[in-house]
Design a protein around this ligand. Structure first.
Ligand SMILES: Nc1ncnc2c1ncn2[C@@H]1O[C@H](COP(=O)(O)OP(=O)(O)OP(=O)(O)O)[C@@H](O)[C@H]1O
Ligand SMILES: [Mg+2]
Length: 502
């Protein structure tokens, strides 16, 4: 089906180019055909004028104003000319006394009958009629159609002496030269044009095939991907044109899709695994209880306590997974304008409850932040909890906030083992834990930083892991929506920038 569509594109491009070329050829042909015709016609007109002036200047030169003298001179000139058939020039003169002189008497029905003994009388009359029509024409250039000759162009000129018209001179030339020239153009165009058109259509087909080939490859790859195989790539190697850009973008999209797909699979596997662990514990405990004959109150209480702990663990896990799902749909936040001093003072206090560590909480910048107070507290609590979990009792944990250009930046530092550089991106993935964390029996689920990142990103901010100056890990997050509180600065009589005090 895709093959047929790709062939369709190839055929459409070829046919379109063929039609465009054929139209271009037709226009060129018509222009050349007509141009050649009018050029030859102009040449004929020029020749006719030249012949007329030759007749008037050479044939009728002299001072004779007596029509008989002029007629004599004209006869001498005209009879010296070859016939119309031989010279392709028709010369015809009629004098005011009715005398007619021509180099082609037969054509105009003026010749003696012995020349054409078998010619019917009505033919002769028609020929004479032709001659009369020519002689009766107004001065100037005209086209006529003559029997046995075809189209003829004639120049009609009056011959006058001292203001008196003595005669009418008609000089004609057949128009067959025009037809011959135009026939030549048509033949050349037919031969060369059709050959060129064929070659051009062939080239257009090859070009169309070359253009369509990567598209066909793309369609094939898309069909394979559609069938569930994310491995194929187009891997276009042509010049960096639009098609190559499209193919590269397509490959890049597939890379991302495959990556997202494998992450999704890992996520589902991890989630199932995390939910199965407490279920296994619960089942084991209940089986032990059921196997006992005399169950004491203490046994029931112990099992009930363990089952409750595992159920709470599962509940927390499910809550966190739901929260992450909602973060994908951006329905996570209920933001409000937070007064940083009020908000962070009470938050800092609760953070120090998270463990027996040496906490250092930097002074709070003045101003407001547009954020969800509960979600932001959740992020900072997760980060401080991680710092506590990765430091020994008495270790150092530092939280600082800095304001700059509409943004508020938090850093959480500790003096624990830190996070290896190659792990720093990965730890924000769902269920991601470093091997050492995984090895710890009391380790978390690996959702804390994924949740922190989802919340920060829902705020339009960024979060990253770095090395801390304290020797351990530093998590830095930046949130937009910070405003320096002018009202507070003014009322305090202190115009210092909001980032002061850090
Ligand atoms: N301050 C830190 N120092 C060293 N490693 C850290 C620190 N914070 C996080 N990590 C590493 O990043 C991993 C992911 O952290 P995250 O908070 O997402 O999961 P968790 O703490 O293991 O579990 P949870 O937070 O869901 O209970 C941790 O398992 C740990 O390996
Ligand atoms: Mg954690």
């Amino acid at each position: 089906m895709t093959e047929r569509r790709a062939w369709g594109l190839r055929a459409r491009l070829t046919v379109s180019m063929g039609v465009i070329l054929a139209i271009a050829f037709a226009i060129t042909f018509i222009a050349t055909y007509e141009g050649t015709g009018s050029q030859v016609r102009r040449q004929i007109d020029h020749d006719l004028r030249q012949d007329t002036s030759d007749l008037l200047r050479s044939g009728l030169a002299g001072e004779e104003d007596n029509p008989a003298d002029v007629a004599r001179a004209a006869r001498a000139y005209v009879t010296g000319l070859p016939s119309f058939g031989g010279s392709a020039r028709l010369v015809l003169m009629r004098f005011s006394n009715g005398q007619v002189i021509t180099n082609e008497p037969d054509l105009l029905g003026l010749g003696p009958d012995r020349n054409e003994p078998r010619e019917a009388p009505d033919m002769k009359a028609a020929e004479r009629q032709q001659g009369n029509t020519l002689l009766a024409a107004a001065p100037g250039l005209h086209n006529y159609r003559l029997r046995d000759v075809g189209g003829v162009r004639v120049q009609v000129t009056p011959v006058s002496r001292r203001g008196h018209i003595l005669a009418t001179a008609v000089i004609g030339e057949p128009l067959s030269a025009v037809e011959r020239a135009q026939d030549g153009v048509a033949t050349t165009f037919l031969l060369v044009g059709s050959l060129t058109l064929l070659v051009a259509i062939g080239a257009a087909y090859l070009l169309a095939a070359r253009t369509a080939a990567p598209l066909r490859r793309m369609a094939r790859t898309a069909a394979q991907v559609d069938a569930g195989d994310l491995a194929p790539r187009i891997a276009s190697r042509g010049p960096r044109d639009e098609i190559r850009v499209l193919a590269d973008a397509f490959d890049h999209m597939l890379d991302r899709l495959a990556d997202a797909f494998s992450r999704q699979q890992a996520f589902v596997a991890d989630a199932s695994h995390e939910l199965r662990t407490p279920l296994t514990v619960i089942r084991g405990q209940l089986e032990v209880l059921a196997a006992q004959r005399d169950v004491s109150r203490a046994d029931v209480d112990r099992v009930e306590g363990m089952v409750r702990t595992e159920i709470l663990r599962m509940q927390r896990l499910i809550d966190e997974l739901l929260l992450l799902t909602r973060a994908d749909h951006q329905e996570l936040l209920r933001t409000q304008q937070l007064d940083l001093e009020v908000y962070l003072d009470s938050l800092y206090e609760s953070l120090t409850m998270l463990g027996d560590r040496v906490f250092k909480l930097a002074p709070v910048p003045r101003g407001t932040l547009r954020a969800d107070p509960d979600r932001l507290a959740q992020v900072l609590r997760n980060l401080v909890l991680n710092a506590v979990e990765h430091t020994a009792a008495g270790g150092r944990v530092e939280v600082a906030a800095r304001a700059a250009r509409g943004e508020l930046e938090f850093t959480v530092d500790d003096d624990g083992p830190g996070i290896a550089a190659e792990q720093r991106d990965r730890i924000f993935d769902r269920f991601a834990r470093t091997d050492s964390a995984r090895a710890r029996p009391a380790g978390g689920t690996g959702l804390g930083l994924a949740i922190a990142r989802a919340i920060v990103q829902a705020h339009g901010g960024t979060i990253q892991a770095e090395a801390s100056p304290l020797g351990g890990a530093r998590i830095r997050l930046t949130l937009p929506g910070y405003e320096r509180s002018v009202r507070q600065s003014v009322s305090a009589g202190d115009p210092a920038p909001a980032s002061s005090g850090l």
